[in-house]
Write a protein that binds this ligand. Sequence first.
Ligand SMILES: [Cu+2]
Length: 161
Amino acid sequence: MKHLTHISVLAASLFLSSHVVAQTVAITNSWVRATVQGQKATGAFMTVTSKENAKLVTVSSPVAGIAEIHEMKMEKDVMKMAALPNGLDLPAGKAVDLKPGSYHIMLMDLKLPLNKDVAVPLTLTFQDSSGKKSQQVVQVPVSVQPPFGQGMNHQHGDHKH
Ligand SMILES: [Cu+2]
């Protein structure tokens, strides 16, 4: 509970200085993959669109001891994933997909099983091109299946515009 209190205090202190910046980033189609008993890590996925050039620099959640921004890619026929050391670039006006097999938020050291139909709070920290940081808290629904057709068989990308 200590952690939750810390987040709400932080959100309150940042509100006055940065809520205008935070509103320039739209988060849509977010979901977290449900876990089974004993599973300690899972992925969170979403589409992030920033009005201005920005970066997603860190993520945190009270349900996870560690949250990282990961990239998954094929290297010599082996799927590898690694944390992005400088965050995820969000070019102005471009919808950046975090989805299975690509960029994702990795939630590790989970404090509890994530059952479907609950929501997980994620605090996303963005940095604009001047280096100014802002935070946005999103409630992300837990789902067993990709709920928005983001599965790995949809790489041609049938997005609605
Ligand atoms: Cu990962």
